[in-house]
Design a protein around this ligand. Structure first.
Ligand SMILES: [Mg+2]
Length: 401
């Protein structure tokens, strides 16, 4: 996975948002819309779609994953600082509740007489989730649901976020054949309204008639009326530019449909495929910085840990060296050769036990580092990855303190 694709997904989202924003709410949009806009020569401001995608990215990066409380507060503060970004009327009541101390789980659920919102707000901002969780599709779906429910608790609002996040995931994977995607999505979504729309999407792609698609897929703020339209624009396009032009031509909620289509197209064709003259948008540096941070985080998670002595990857050993006074452990990573040399030098006689990731983590969760040194053993792995070290790291700090 290349950094270019990560930048493409985030910047692609924002460019779609910025180019679609001036046409939001129009039933029909002229073919010349984008060129007319660019001819005016100013830096294009983004709307709530990008504002919330930025806040969501910062929240998962800062928290090391999903925290509903942190995310709800970041959304609310972003709105409070810049309320002019075009937020929906209902969502601002969620922000107000959160800022006055309401529990975030309750604030969102109270909307629309307790039904929760089925708007596209969960979907429009969700692309960073796919970047964060890549290449884990199960984690992408789980996180998409969690982040959607911070503001959109209706099952269709959640389905929209799942479908958009999974679309970005598949675009990163170069999987965009409708004969694979549509049946796959049918198994992923949980509401009838989305299942029905997926059947319509197949027909729209066969006809390739944009007016027909806008009419039958919908082009408005309900998730089921806009997420399928964005996927239609993506699957009908040959490159980033044609996807965005089509997404905006569909009319209606143009900024959000183009933002979602833009995130998927950016994940497929990358940042370099976005026309240079379209990059005159507000927040470009912040977006690139966050895409880079998401990329660094993801690749460091799946990278093999290197031997702390010879820096070779390949087979690695995690050594637990017991300290008599604290009964703590020390986490060291070695390849088998270096471990053997070290053991000889310090006359280490602790036996080695081969375990898998799951056993490793559960041992530490059950207080392994505090156990009796007499019965302790070293744990040996093929390919220790960084996320494994991170998972058990807190136990070592506890043990040592
Ligand atoms: Mg917007």
């Amino acid at each position: 996975m290349t950094l270019d694709r990560y930048r493409g997904a985030l910047v692609g989202l924002a460019v779609g948002d910025c180019l679609g924003r001036p046409y939001e709410g129009q039933r029909t949009v002229p073919d010349s819309a984008i060129d007319d806009l660019l001819a005016r020569g100013f830096v294009l401001p983004y709307s709530d779609d990008t504002a919330m995608a930025l806040a969501l990215s910062e929240s998962i990066l800062e928290c090391g994953g999903f925290s509903g409380e942190d995310m709800a507060l970041r959304f609310a503060r972003e709105w409070q600082a810049e309320p002019h970004r075009g937020y929906g009327a209902s969502i601002t009541s969620v922000f107000e509740s959160v800022l006055t101390g309401a529990r975030w789980e309750e604030a969102a659920r109270r909307q629309f007489g307790g039904e929760g919102s089925h708007g596209n707000g969960g979907a429009m901002r969700v692309a960073p989730v796919a970047l964060w969780a890549y290449p884990d599709l199960g984690e992408t779906i789980r996180l998409a649901k969690e982040t959607a429910r911070v503001t959109h608790t209706h099952p269709a609002g959640v389905d929209g976020a799942v479908m958009q996040a999974v679309s970005v995931h598949h675009a990163l994977n170069d999987e965009f054949d409708p004969s694979f995607l549509i049946p796959h999505f049918q198994g992923v979504v949980e509401t009838d309204v989305f299942r029905d729309k997926l059947a319509v999407l197949g027909r729209c792609l066969d006809r390739s008639d944009d007016e027909y698609a806008a009419l039958h897929l919908g082009n408005w703020v309900a998730a089921a009326n806009s997420v399928p339209a964005a996927l239609y624009a993506f699957l009908s396009g040959d490159d980033y530019e044609s996807v965005i032009r089509r997404a905006i031509r569909l009319g209606g909620d143009t900024d959000t449909i183009a933002a979602m289509a833009g995130a998927i197209a950016g994940a497929r064709w990358g940042f370099d495929a976005i026309p240079e003259e379209w990059l005159r948008i507000e927040g470009l540096e912040r977006l690139i910085g966050l895409a880079d941070a998401l990329y660094d985080r993801r690749s460091s998670q799946t990278e093999p840990v290197r031997c702390s002595s010879c820096a070779m990857p390949a087979v690695l050993v995690v050594t637990v060296a017991y300290e008599q006074e604290t009964r703590g452990g020390r986490l060291l990573a070695y390849c088998l050769d270096c471990r053997e040399r070290l053991a000889e030098r310090i006359r280490l006689a602790i036996p080695i036990e081969f375990v898998n990731d799951e056993t490793f983590i559960s041992l530490y969760e059950n207080g392994y580092t505090r156990s009796d040194p007499e019965t302790a053993c070293e744990l040996v792995f093929g390919e220790v990855r960084r996320h494994l070290i991170e998972a058990v790291w807190p136990y070592f700090h506890q043990a040592g303190s």
